[in-house]
Design a protein around this ligand. Sequence first.
Ligand code: OGA
Ligand code: NI
Length: 210
Amino acid sequence: MKEFRSEQWESWFDLLAVNDYVVIDGFLSQKLLANIKSYFEELDSSNLFKKAAIGNSNEEQIINEIRGDYIHWLGRGDNDTTQDLYVVLDELKSMINRYCYLSLKDFEFHFAHYPKGSFYKRHLDQFAERNNRLISVVIYLNKDWREGDGGELKIYPKDQPEKSIAPIENRLIMFKSDSLYHEVLVSNKSRRSVTGWMLHKPSTIAFITE
Ligand code: OGA
Ligand code: NI
């Protein structure tokens, strides 16, 4: 696992506190990144991704107008790669608790695949029926992402100009789930990420339908 100094964590969480988001490049070790990418491909080629839903709507047409990604939920014990990833996420959760004075209890993560032409309209990750999500975390897996490939994460920080963040490989973005509006712009090619949420209370993953 990659080790970061406490000053480094502190400065990232200062940014998160002030701006509601922070971008960290080169977050994962090269080895874990490579393993995650190959597990992603394995699941994708076995058709183990499902169309993501929204809130309580299952109507395909409505969903398609809002989001076009396909997801696969992860579990700690799925294999060695998810185990290694969860060690890193455990560490991230402890650091958030330490430096942001939170008491996160759990997290939930999935792989997300946005096929060419897909997007996710502007939204918040926390809303009335789903107030367990405190911090959203996305790690991108897209090598050689170029200007013009689209698929940027557009964020709308309060009292600041909006900003587009390219989904480049091994870039992590963390943001406050209840306050940062964001959207995924139309992606002109296949766009991959590990996406998840740090939770206030233990996960009820068995009941999640999206
Ligand atoms: C989400 C989301 C952002 C991204 O899944 O809720 O907003 O950049 N993802 O993939
Ligand atoms: Ni979101």
